[in-house]
Design a protein around this ligand. Structure first.
Ligand code: ATP
Length: 253
């Protein structure tokens, strides 16, 4: 029997006025798969993630998560089902410590049972899973107690990954985790994602082609909101249509 995809996007359409940002998009992420979503600037990658998370309402089409339709569910309801995302521009509480940011995310997942705990950063029941998530995201221990404002851009990206992991997701949507990182920070993030690979299915939006080609099981290529190819990294690298539309233009291969 064929595997049920973790995520299935079917004939998705989203228009902003006269602009079709998502144009009959079909996409499947299989269990354990790291699936990259690539394409030129403005191709509609972030808009696709927004619709999968329930932050943007599609005009047409369906989204299935774990075989169940979620198209009309709210974003919090999708998070409760196990979807989590990171952002292109990090969204963290600057004055709180790295650890407290993750502890708050654990608290949010725990919901009502922690309603009366005011200080998430002091509760062992929150700190333990928070530290496990920080470990998984590869943030060095020495940085955990620092305010977010005092850590580097690369460390923020790792922290944001830890925040997403704190909700114990069944699937991760990563919107440009390497954006703004230097070469060594990108390599570190690539290694972190490689360690997560296989355990959590991931949809990775990323412009860093070295990272994409070394991590992805399959890549979908988006151009003007439409998927023009879905293949293994090797297949994508040698696809003439993809090279013409995207890769050769960016001199990525
Ligand atoms: N809220 C909005 N209102 C109007 N147009 C929008 C809105 N959000 C996105 N767009 C447009 O939709 C298109 C797709 O944008 P999107 O941010 O999804 O692309 P992207 O592939 O993620 O780009 P990048 O790689 O630069 O992040 C762009 O032309 C963008 O200007």
């Amino acid at each position: 029997m064929a595997e049920v995809p973790v995520l299935s996007v079917q004939h998705l359409v989203k228009r902003f006025g006269g602009l079709t940002a998502t144009d009959d998009l079909n996409l499947e992420v299989l269990p354990g798969e790291l699936h990259a979503l690539i394409g030129p600037n403005g191709a509609g990658k972030t808009t696709a993630i927004g619709q999968i998370m329930g932050e943007i309402t599609p005009d047409r089409g369906r989204i299935l998560f774990m075989g169940e339709e979620v198209t009309r569910l709210s974003a919090p309801a999708r998070v409760a089902r196990g979807l989590a995302r990171t952002f292109q521009i990090t969204q963290l509480l600057e004055d709180d410590t790295a650890e407290a940011n993750v502890a708050l995310a654990v608290q949010a997942r725990a919901g009502h049972s922690f309603r009366f705990w005011r200080d998430a950063s002091r509760d062992a029941r929150l700190l333990e899973p928070a530290r496990a998530a920080l470990e998984e995201a590869g943030l060095p221990r020495a940085r955990w107690a620092l305010p977010v404002a005092d850590i580097s851009h690369g460390e923020r990206k790792q922290l944001e990954l830890a925040v997403a992991l704190a909700s114990r997701p069944r699937m991760l949507l990563l919107d440009e985790p390497m954006a703004g990182l230097g070469a060594s920070e990108s390599l570190r993030m690539t290694e972190v994602l490689r360690r997560l690979k296989g355990r959590i299915p991931m949809l990775l939006v990323e412009h860093d082609m070295d990272a994409v080609f070394s991590l992805a099981d399959r890549c979908s290529v988006l151009v003007y909101g439409h998927c023009i190819a879905c293949d293994t990294p090797d297949g994508i690298r040698h696809d003439p249509q993809v090279r013409a539309a995207y890769l050769s233009e960016e001199e990525a291969v």
